[in-house]
Design a protein around this ligand. Structure first.
Ligand SMILES: *Cc1c(COP(=O)(O)O)cnc(C)c1O
Length: 371
């Protein structure tokens, strides 16, 4: 085997493919001399809402802000409880605590790594106001089951769809189930800006207007400040770049699915490694290709010494992070999330990887475990 270098994430393919169009879009933005909340944002919001099968989209400054603003629009704050997955990126939990509410953790299904709907009801109290399902690694949560529970208990649902743009549950797209749904255009997401960005989707006209106020100092109409809001706007230039990238999103998601299929096949007969399991009613868009492995640290450095870069999503579960010490959780409180944190390894996945790249990686993994 000739040695290769395979980065964990590379923009080579998509930047080459769209280079001219991105530069043209930037130039248009530059020459417009209108940089905040103008026609580019409006156009992208319309495109994003349509693609996301939602009536409305609101562009904001980041994925974290999208969740915070969604919670504010739903009047969730101090004294309220919000159900969140114990296995998640910390942003979903930070949004809850930023608005003054208390996160209540629910363990994941060990097969899908996403929140286990069967464990939600036991955590609902009189204070519970909302559920935030986080669609991790490209795979939407079991949204039909979650919406049924939410309706039964009169709770709001805010999907954290930062990682699963385009994923389907029984044919329905992520970000179209909840009352308000958040996504992120952080550069490495399935669709990323060239900087920070995020969006909220909703079908509720009143919530749409409220979110437009919250992102802009509490005002939809200049100098008429209705609520105490934020400065959290998607830039015109970023919106223009995102409109260019949107046209390729479906194709890129298919390319990710293809890479995942190559991994699934190449890794199937290595016992020490467990490929992601996708429920039959769900279509993943493989933001991440998470495997569960034995001897993770040794495997990771073996791969690195052979040119293959990997990451861990995420090494410290939220309830054990320093920021959340005050919640008083200890090691052992959420054993499934803790087990994932100890065994998860993310292999490179993005448009532009070839089948040869994947075979190179799989051969190295086989070589590592046969030693
Ligand atoms: C990336 C991410 C976010 C936050 O998005 P930012 O745009 O970086 O603020 C939130 N939740 C999850 C699950 C993410 O992966």
């Amino acid at each position: 085997m000739n040695k290769r270098t395979i980065k964990y994430l590379s923009f080579d393919y998509i930047n080459t493919e769209l280079r001219e169009e991105l530069i043209a879009s930037f130039t248009k933005g530059l020459d417009s001399q209108w940089y905040i909340l103008g026609s580019q944002v409006t156009q992208f919001e319309e495109e994003w809402a349509a693609w996301n099968q939602s009536k409305y989209a609101i562009g904001v400054a980041s994925g974290l802000d999208a969740i915070i603003i969604a919670l504010r629009c739903l009047d969730i704050g101090s004294g309220d409880e919000v159900i969140v997955p114990s296995n998640t990126y910390i942003a979903s939990v930070m949004a809850v605590t930023m608005v003054g509410a208390t996160p209540i953790f629910v363990e994941p299904n060990p097969d899908t790594f996403n929140i286990d709907p069967n464990k939600i009801e036991a955590k609902i109290t009189a204070k519970t106001k909302a559920i935030i399902p986080v669609h991790l690694y490209g795979q939407i949560s079991e949204m039909e089951a979650i919406m049924t529970i939410a309706e039964k208990h009169n709770l709001f649902v805010v999907e954290d769809n930062a990682q699963s743009q385009g994923s389907l549950c029984n044919g329905k797209i992520a970000g179209s189930f909840g009352h308000m749904n958040a996504t992120s255009f952080y550069p490495g997401k399935n669709i990323g800006a060239l900087g920070d960005g995020g969006a909220i989707t909703t079908n509720d006209e009143a919530l749409y207007h409220k979110a437009r106020m919250y992102r802009n100092y509490g005002s939809e109409k200049k100098y008429h400040n209705t609520v105490i809001g934020y400065n959290s706007r998607l830039d015109e230039i970023q919106a223009g770049l995102l409109s260019v990238k949107m046209k390729k999103l479906d194709t890129w998601n298919i390319q990710r699915q293809e890479v995942a299929q190559w991994y699934d096949q190449a890794l199937a007969n290595i016992n020490e490694i467990q490929s992601p399991r996708i429920a039959p009613n769900i279509q993943s868009v493989y933001h991440i290709y998470p495997v569960q492995v034995k001897q993770r640290e040794a495997l990771q450095s073996f791969l690195k010494s052979n040119g293959v870069h990997t990451l861990i999503h995420y090494p410290i579960p939220t309830h054990l992070s320093e920021a959340y010490q005050y919640l008083g959780y200890q090691s052992g409180d959420f054993p499934i999330a803790e087990q994932i944190a100890k065994q998860e390894l993310s292999l490179p996945i993005y448009p532009g990887l070839t089948q040869e790249d994947i075979h190179y990686i799989a051969d190295l993994i086989r070589q590592f475990y046969s030693k």
